[in-house]
Design a binder for this molecule. Structure first.
Ligand SMILES: NC(=O)c1ccc[n+]([C@@H]2O[C@H](COP(=O)([O-])OP(=O)(O)OC[C@H]3O[C@@H](n4cnc5c(N)ncnc54)[C@H](O)[C@@H]3O)[C@@H](O)[C@H]2O)c1
Length: 327
C-alpha cells in the first residue's frame, strides 16, 4: 500500500509514520509537511531524525511544501500511485487563532480543499483525516456521541475542522471515495506539542516558571495517549471499505474518561517531584467546560478502545521529557 501522509513531522504524524515504517503491508509513505514555525521547528527536525533512524528500507519519502500550494501538490504526485491519503496537516491550537486566524483558513480550508481535489483528480479511493473534539463546541450532552449536532464551535479552529467534515462529505458523495474523519480528544505523549497543557505544565515546572491555570483547573479533559490514537488510525486504514455501511464516516477517538486539569497538574507535580507555581486566571470564552468521548461507535466498527491510563501516559511523557530536555 502507498500512503500520502500529510503533517508527518507533526506530533501525531511522527508517531503514525514510525508505526507505518515498521508495517510490512506499507510499501511507500509519501510524507508532506511545511515544517511551519507554529512551535519549535527543532522538535520537528528531531522527530524526522528519529524516523530516519528506523527507516532502514527507505520507505518514507519526504516533501517540504505547503498544502495551500495546489500546483506543487499536483505536480509532486502526478506520476505517483497513492492508495490512501491520511491528512493530519493542519494549523492546530485554539489561542493562536485569535491572533493568526488566516493561518487556519490557509492550512485547514484551502489546504484541505487541495487534498480533496487531489482525491478527485487522481481517483484515490480512501481519505482519512483529522478532526477534533473541539467540534462539539458548546454541546452540553455528554459523553459526546458522533450524531450530536456540531454547529456551535467556540473557536475558528473548530469551525475549520467542522468545515472539513462537511467538505469531505460532499466530495465523497460526488466522487465516490471513502472518507473517514477522526475526532481526536486531547492527544499527549512523547514528542508531544509544546503548546498543549501537559507539555507546558511539565516544562514550566522544570524551569520554575509560572503556569497560567484557567478556571482554577476545574475544566475537564478527556486525554488520549498518542499510541492509542495511532492504533485507531491504523484500524481505519486496514478496514475494508465494504464493511462500513456508509461511504463517508465520522468517528471519535478518545479515552472515554475525563479528568480535571487540576488533577493532571497534580500528577505532573508527583512525576517531576516539584511543586508548580500557579497563576489562576478566569475561564476564556473559547474553552469548553468538558470534553468527554463516547467510544461506542469506534469500538462497534473497529473493535478497539483506547487503553493507556492517564497516570501511565503522564509517566511516559515525563520520562521522555527528561531524556529529551534534561540529559
Ligand atoms: N494533538 C491533539 O490533541 C489533537 C486533537 C484533535 C485534533 N488534532 C488534529 O490532529 C492533527 C495532527 O495534530 P498534531 O497534534 O500532530 O499537530 P502538529 O502541529 O504537531 O502537526 C501538524 C503538522 O502539519 C504541518 N502543517 C501545518 N500546516 C501545513 C500546511 N499548510 N502544509 C503542510 N504541512 C502543514 C505542521 O508543520 C506540523 O508538522 C491536526 O489536524 C490537528 O488539528 C490534534
Amino acid at each position: 500500500m502507498n500512503i500520502l501522509l500529510t503533517g508527518y513531522a507533526g506530533f501525531i504524524g511522527f508517531h503514525l509514520a514510525s508505526k507505518l515504517i515498521k508495517d510490512s503491508l506499507i510499501k511507500n509513505i509519501y510524507g508532506v509537511d511545511n515544517l511551519d514555525s507554529y512551535y519549535d521547528v527543532n522538535l520537528k527536525k528531531s522527530r524526522i531524525k528519529e524516523l530516519q533512524k528506523i527507516d532502514t528500507n527507505n520507505k518514507l519519502k519526504k516533501f517540504t511544501f505547503d498544502l495551500k500550494n495546489s500546483k506543487k501538490l499536483n505536480q509532486t504526485f502526478k506520476n505517483i500511485k497513492i492508495d490512501v491519503v491520511i491528512n493530519l496537516a493542519a494549523q492546530a491550537g485554539v489561542r493562536y487563532s485569535f491572533t493568526n486566524p488566516r493561518s487556519y483558513i490557509n492550512s485547514n480550508i484551502i489546504g484541505f480543499f487541495n487534498i480533496l481535489e487531489l482525491m478527485k483528480t487522481k481517483k484515490i479511493s480512501k481519505l482519512i483525516f483529522a478532526s477534533t473534539s473541539s467540534s462539539y463546541g458548546s454541546q452540553s450532552i455528554t459523553p459526546y456521541r458522533e450524531n450530536l449536532m456540531n454547529n456551535t464551535p467556540l473557536q475558528l479552529y473548530a469551525a475549520t475542522k467542522i468545515s472539513n467534515e462537511v467538505m469531505a462529505h460532499a466530495y465523497s458523495h460526488l466522487y465516490g471515495f471513502n472518507s473517514i474523519g477522526l475526532r481526536f480528544f486531547t492527544v499527549y505523549g512523547p514528542y508531544g506539542r509544546p503548546d498543549m497543557a501537559i507539555y507546558k505544565f511539565t516544562d514550566s515546572i522544570y524551569k520554575n516558571k509560572k503556569i497560567d491555570l484557567y478556571d482554577s483547573g476545574k475544566m475537564l479533559r478527556d486525554c488520549t495517549y498518542v499510541d492509542d490514537i495511532v492504533e485507531g488510525i491504523v484500524r481505519t486504514l486496514n478496514i475494508k471499505s465494504f464493511s462500513l455501511k456508509k461511504k463517508c464516516n465520522i468517528y471519535n477517538i478518545g479515552f472515554g474518561k475525563p479528568v480535571t486539569v487540576k488533577a493532571i497538574l497534580n500528577q505532573i507535580e508527583l512525576n517531576t517531584g516539584k511543586k508548580a507555581l500557579v497563576k489562576i486566571l478566569p475561564k476564556h470564552t473559547s474553552e469548553m467546560n468538558k470534553t468527554y468521548c463516547s467510544t461506542l461507535k469506534f469500538n462497534n466498527d473497529f473493535n478497539f478502545k483506547p487503553k493507556v491510563k492517564i497516570n501511565d501516559g503522564l509517566k511516559n511523557f515525563n520520562d521522555w521529557y527528561k531524556s529529551y530536555h534534561l540529559k
